[in-house]
Design a protein around this ligand. Structure first.
Ligand code: GDG
Length: 464
């Protein structure tokens, strides 16, 4: 890519997010290697990667020496990524502090304290200017980067790059509370995307009530219920590795029903609530003791933030208490994995389970729900989905189950399971692709629908 601010015939798609989609590790030989990370954003864009190529700009995580940065830049370059480096102090303020201790709890209805310095962001537009050419589409992701559209637009205008389109997508809910101080940032994008109509409506009513804005001819607000690439799961189920692992699980759990939970260990995912519901099930229904296990994958997350450290302690205590109370030498009620598992293990766990339990107290979308459905073509397992996850709106009409009612899920008839699965599968396999094929619903600030467009009408980037 050129650093020249010239207009180019071919426009490119540039994805910008807080973290790059790779995790870097240094080997014993001092060489760096990059592995694809797991997480909602990476999963959401993996389908898009099949259809178009793009350059990804973001923070590689960690604070690296000048020597390491040279090596990492070259490794990332081979993977169509460009790094924006943050030193430890900036990362602490911007990432652990403002993003994860303030915006995240606020957007998920957990109040927090505000302590933020805008200066910390200024490295990002500079790095972006090194890769952006006129005519490109810059697609910015998530709550961390709400101010970036405005900063980038100002810098682009200053350099005469007038035909760069900027899109911004929020992966979290947008709350109905006041966000006055940060709204001017995203209003400099051309298109703002949300998972659900409710989040877009909350955003628009915040604009109207807090900023007094009622119309904006230049900013489009759209709902894009993000999905997954279901083929990745159906294809994995046909691999020898998954078949072998599944065979092992079938043997291990031959007399046991498996309930699965897969969450980043984040307070929005409602893991303590899930454990308490499981405890209640075993307490009220002794017939399930010894016959049902909960396999909970809890991926470590944001360990530098105090609330997350406390969560690990309370969840570990609960697991210990429940296993101590109902376990025997032969039976462990909760298999608690405080780690990330590899993809083969993940798909095999989805496939072996009778029930997938999602108990988020708030969740932008929740892709685990889609992945479970994509892995359940044989068993027609039951998805128990919290109404507070965005996915509950997309998967509506499919499963009418109280989020906490595992008992109903475990005893559901095969016919009912098949009927539910068929509806769910139809939705999740037809709404599987992220933005390029999505419809843009253009809303006015008062929430009324003013037009419908397809993404290609908005911008059609060509591959890098
Ligand atoms: C944010 C929003 C929104 C999890 N454990 C393992 C693993 N995962 C993968 C899952 C899934 C992804 O991580 C989690 O996605 P979610 O959507 O459920 O949740 P968040 O990470 O909180 O994502 C969320 C999303 O952004 C997209 O917009 O839906 O609401 O919070 O793909 O499979 N993958 C592997 N091992 C694990 O142990 N391999």
């Amino acid at each position: 890519n050129t650093t020249e601010a010239s207009s180019s015939e071919q426009s490119h798609l540039i994805v910008v997010s807080n973290r790059l989609p790779v995790t870097l590790t240094r080997g014993e030989d001092n060489m760096w290697s990059a592995k694809l990370s797991s997480g909602g954003l990476v999963a959401a864009l993996s389908g898009l990667k099949k259809e178009t190529s793009f350059r990804w700009v973001g923070w590689p995580g960690g604070d690296f020496s000048a020597d390491d940065r040279v090596k990492i830049d070259s490794l990332l370059g081979e993977n169509s990524c460009s790094a924006v480096y943050l030193d430890d102090e900036t990362a602490e303020l911007y990432y652990n502090g403002f993003s994860n201790s303030i915006l995240w709890p606020l957007f998920h209805y957990h109040p927090g304290e505000i302590n933020f310095e805008e200066a910390d962001w200024e490295a990002l537009p500079d790095s972006l200017l090194e890769v952006v050419q006129d005519g490109d589409l810059v697609w910015i992701h998530d709550y961390h980067l709400m101010l970036l559209p405005r900063m980038l637009r100002t810098m682009l205008d200053g350099r005469g790059l007038k035909s760069v389109k900027i899109g911004w997508f929020l992966h979290t809910p947008f709350p109905s509370s006041e966000l006055y101080r940060i709204l001017p940032g995203v209003l400099s994008a051309d298109l703002l995307g949300f998972h659900t109509y409710d989040y877009a409506r909350h955003f628009l009513s915040s604009c109207a009530r807090i900023l007094g804005l009622h119309t904006s001819p230049d900013v489009h607000v759209g709902t894009f219920p993000i999905g997954i690439d279901p083929d990745k799961f159906s294809e994995a189920l046909e691999t020898d590795a998954v078949k072998a692992r599944l065979g092992h699980f079938e043997q291990q759990f031959r007399d046991t029903q498996v309930v699965v939970g897969v969450d980043r260990l984040d307070y929005i995912k409602g893991v303590p609530q899930k454990l308490l519901a499981f405890e209640e099930l075993l307490a009220r229904h002794p017939e399930y003791v010894g016959r049902v296990v909960l396999v909970q994958v809890a991926v470590p997350s944001r360990g530098d933030v105090e609330e997350y450290q406390q969560l690990i302690v309370s969840v570990s205590e609960l697991v210990g208490r429940i296993n101590g109370r109902f376990g025997t030498v032969e039976y462990t009620p909760i298999h608690f994995l405080h780690k990330s598992v590899d993809f083969t293990e993940l798909v095999s766990l989805y496939a072996i389970s009778e029930v997938c339990l999602i108990t988020s107290t708030r969740d932008g979308m929740n892709l685990v729900s889609y992945e479970y459905v994509a892995s359940q073509q044989k068993r027609h397992g039951v998805l128990v989905l919290s109404e507070f996850a965005g996915a509950a709106q997309s998967l509506n009409g499919s499963i009418i189950i109280n989020s906490w009612n595992i008992e109903e899920a475990l005893s559901m008839s095969a016919d009912q399971r098949l009927a539910n699965f068929t509806t769910l599968y139809r939705y999740s396999s037809t709404n599987s692709r992220p933005a390029p094929k999505a419809r843009v619903v253009v809303l006015d600030y008062d929430g009324t629908l003013s037009a419908t467009k397809s993404i290609p009408e908005f911008a059609r980037p060509s591959p890098l």
